[in-house]
Design a protein around this ligand. Structure first.
Ligand code: 6PG
Length: 470
């Protein structure tokens, strides 16, 4: 009986496309899905490679080479646990399960520990790039047992996106590090999307630009240093016509943003690790705030305001480009700073240079400026914060004035620019030698005797701030 090199569980679009990608690269692969429709689709689209799947889990497992390589592409959450439960009795020691959904890293950690007790390897692997990426080259972030990774390396490197011939996949680190890095990738994705949305708002409601003008500007930016997948996507959204109405589809989409949770998880973890990522936080909150449509409509009526934007639009556009550039760098900087902290806290041994490198292609946050970021970590793999790199500092100094000007105009005109604003105040806080936090400490000690440290002497102190006679 023919033995397959790898098996996929979950033959939805992502799983199917990933299998097709592997088959294109000459790997003998198969799949399993409970739903016969999924098996039929796999057979149809995989005719060229004679791709077939199984409807019996036992037969599927028996058809795989040892050690078995089993990729799960099922919805994150309880389904992953139930699939593992079904799989476990059918597997042999040394087999590898790779969960490729957007699972929470603490779930991955728990599953890896439980399965390792049974001699099974469990990998949490973030995959980015959507359906097209899965089919033609995603960026992948696998984390788990390093020796088990050796059994997956060739397949993953073959199917990954390539930048300058280098695959957009690398061994991320032990434990749940793969899913952790993918979660932070998504946090950065949220920030970038919010910055693009705020730019759109400034153009639409500030400058009064038409959709065509907006499209042209996004397209122009995408041809320069702001080139990125998300910029490209955004520009092309402004060309898509709704057949029902003849309007641009973007005008027919409700202004209430949804999310599946990875952005929120990034913010939650950043609070736990006490490592600020305000642009990402604001991107998460802005999506949530958008859902209060009724309230927004009522308050828009209660607080109307005039818009008065500078006449020189050309200059303003150049400032917007600078502002976006500054804020995009800062979004990556915050995400990478969080990874730096997590690597220390969870002993993930993350190589930020490698992470920046594999994000250059295939994934949703791929962008021209990741090349500079990659070079920054290449020059100094121990870099604590991206803002400390000399080349990045030049770029920040060159573009900060644009961000300040945009902020002035947006704030004076009542335009909501939460991600831009938090980026600016984040930067200003970080480059402030003496913050007013001494006053916070004094207040804490005043009303709660929480103690403080002094500037001139080591130790813990308490002052009797109010000489109340009881
Ligand atoms: C990717 C994407 C992918 C997905 C997000 C969407 O890297 O390919 O990030 O994982 O599009 O999960 O997340 P929201 O639904 O939360 O926006």
């Amino acid at each position: 009986m023919k033995k397959y090199t790898l098996g996929m569980i979950g033959l939805g679009t992502m799983g199917r496309n990933l299998l097709l990608n592997m088959a294109d690269h000459g790997f003998s692969v198969t799949g399993y899905d409970k739903d016969p429709k999924m098996l039929k689709t796999l057979e149809e689209v995989g005719q060229k490679h004679n791709l077939k799947g199984f409807s019996s889990l036992e037969d599927f497992i028996q058809s795989l080479e040892l050690p078995r390589r089993i990729v799960l592409l099922v919805p994150a959450g309880a389904i992953v646990d139930s699939v593992i439960k079904e799989l476990e009795p059918l597997l042999d020691q040394g087999d590898i399960i790779i969960d490729s959904g957007n699972s929470h890293f603490t779930d991955t950690s728990r599953r890896a520990t439980e399965l390792s007790k049974k001699g099974l390897h469990f990998f949490g692997m973030g995959i980015s790039g959507g359906e097209e990426g899965a089919r033609f080259g995603p960026s992948m972030m696998p984390g788990g047992d390093k020796t088990a990774y050796a059994a997956m390396k060739d397949i993953l490197e073959a199917i990954a996106a390539k930048v300058n011939g280098e695959p957009c996949v690398t061994y991320i680190g032990p434990g749940a590090s793969g899913h952790f890095v993918k979660m932070v990738h998504n946090g950065i994705e949220y920030a970038m999307m919010q910055l693009l949305a705020e730019s759109y708002d400034i153009m639409k409601n500030g400058l009064g630009y038409s959709n065509e003008q907006i499209q042209q500007l996004f397209d122009k930016w995408n041809k320069g240093r702001l080139q990125s997948f998300l910029m490209e996507v955004t520009a092309s959204i402004f060309t898509f016509v709704d057949e029902k109405t003849g309007n641009l589809m973007v005008d027919m989409v409700k202004d209430e943003a949804k999310s599946k949770g990875t952005g929120k998880w990034t913010s939650q973890v950043s609070m736990d690790l006490q490592l600020p990522i305000p642009t990402i936080n604001e991107a998460v909150s802005s999506r949530d705030l958008s859902k209060f449509k009724k309230l927004r409509v009522a308050l828009a009526e209660a607080f109307p305001h005039e818009i008065n934007i500078p006449e020189n639009h050309q200059e303003f556009e150049a400032q917007m480009e600078q502002a976006l550039y500054f804020a995009m760098i800062s979004s990556y900087a915050q995400g990478l700073h969080l990874l730096w902290q997590a690597s220390n806290t969870y002993s993930y041994e993350l190589d930020l240079q490698e992470i920046a490198k594999i994000w250059r292609g295939g994934c949703i946050i791929r962008a021209e400026l990741l090349e500079d970021i990659y070079q920054a970590y290449k020059a100094n793999p121990a870099l604590e914060h991206l803002y400390m790199d000399a080349n990045i500092q030049d770029k920040l100094s060159e573009t900060i004035s644009g961000l300040r000007k945009i902020m002035n105009v947006a704030v004076n005109n009542g335009l909501p620019v939460t991600a831009f604003a938090s980026t600016l105040t984040y930067f200003d806080s970080l480059r402030t030698k003496n913050l007013p936090s001494n006053l916070i400490q004094a207040q804490r000690d005043f009303f709660g005797a929480h103690t403080f440290e002094r500037t001139d002497e080591e130790g813990i102190f308490h002052a009797i701030w109010n000489q109340i006679t009881l």
